[in-house]
Ligand binder design. Structure first.
Ligand code: PEP
Ligand code: MN
Length: 338
């Protein structure tokens, strides 16, 4: 439920309401607006006498949150969340985020080279996998700790945040030490222990939509992270499994406006994993931005056929550069910048 405080309620009144709620086992989540403060309260409603809270000084009203996800819901927070990433980057504001880089960190030289190329073309966040979820146990699984160090070096050299995936609860502390954004891959979207573990960190979490997950399930996964205290969740639409097999997945473009209606969290479009084919990446990236995505994630490789993973969907640097120019035009047409 949401406790709506009167305009300009005193800090002591807000604190008293929070204290009352936490004393009966509720988790409280105050959101401070310019004039108004609302307190999200999650817990067992049977424990509480609504009229008692309603009569507390400074309380204007109490309304229930109808959706199954509470902290992620727009019912609790109407204003869009703008997530601070560091290195001067935010996600969810007017400026779009462009995550770019190879699928996997393959070597120091290669990653640094790709990082410089994508930065020069206009990317503002580096992506790369150090821990790779692979369908085959015999495929390249990533450079792990070494890969994290390489990414950090590139990020520091170029003054750019880095985004990389964690697959195992045992690696969360290590990944959090290096990464600016921790990615939860599609295959782990419902790994609830992992979600809770990253929720205990304060690093922004990039939550990819599960291969066959509904939007509600995806937002419930975000709720897992937020319920542990980490509000900095960025959603990523990366395509879902359908009967269509001419692309790797089917990009659900309407997930962008739908999530924006349901949640205050930003959403990024990933046309690379959605299509699995470099020929369709630009068209789907343009569609994502036109639909209102807060950013894009694009895999870029200078030699797609030699790539250790996801070569077929990787853009060569010149194609990425051309795409950035197109996205600038689309962003401008809808009042955004890149
Ligand atoms: C990736 O970003 O390289 C990746 C494995 O993505 P997804 O989890 O969307 O398949
Ligand atoms: Mn990939």
């Amino acid at each position: 439920m949401i406790i709506i405080m009167l305009d300009n309620a005193a800090q002591s009144e807000i604190a008293a309401v929070e204290e009352k709620l936490t004393s009966i086992g509720f988790q409280t989540h105050p959101i401070y607006g310019e004039k108004k403060t609302v307190i999200g309260a999650i817990g067992d409603k049977r424990q509480i006498s609504m009229s008692e809270v309603l009569m507390m000084p400074g309380v204007e009203n109490i309304v229930p949150i109808m959706r199954p996800y509470k902290l992620a819901s727009k019912e609790l927070k109407q204003e869009k969340s703008v997530i601070e990433i560091g290195h001067g980057v935010t996600i969810g504001g007017e400026k779009l985020a462009v995550f770019a880089g190879p699928c996997a960190v393959e070597s120091r030289e290669h990653f640094l080279k790709m990082a410089r190329i994508v930065k020069a073309a206009g990317a503002n966040i580096l992506r790369g996998g150090a821990f790779k979820p692979r369908t085959s146990p015999y495929a390249f699984g990533g450079l792990e700790g070494e890969g994290l160090k390489i990414m950090r070096e590139a990020g520091d050299e170029l003054d750019m945040p880095i985004c990389t995936e964690v697959m195992d609860t045992r690696d969360v502390d290590l990944v959090a030490e290096y990464a600016d954004i921790i990615q939860i891959g599609a295959r782990n979207m419902q790994n609830f222990k992992l979600l809770r573990e990253v929720g205990r960190h304060n690093k922004p979490i990039f939550l990819k939509r599960g291969l066959a997950s509904t939007i509600d399930e995806w937002l419930m996964a975000a709720e897992y992270i937020m319920s542990e205290g980490n509000d900095n969740v960025i959603l990523c639409e990366r395509g879902i499994r359908t009967y269509e097999n001419s692309t790797r997945n089917t990009f659900d473009v309407s997930a962008i406006p739908v999530t924006q209606e349901l949640t205050h969290l930003p959403i990024v479009a990933d046309p690379s994993h959605a299509t699995g084919n470099y020929r369709y990446v630009a068209a789907v990236a343009r569609a994502g931005v036109a639909a209102g995505a807060d950013g894009v994630m694009i895999e870029v490789h200078d030699c797609p056929k030699c790539a250790a993973s996801d070569g077929p969907q990787s853009l060569k640097p010149e194609r990425f550069e051309a795409l950035m120019k197109e996205l600038r035009g689309i962003a401008a047409a809808i009042g955004r910048t890149i």
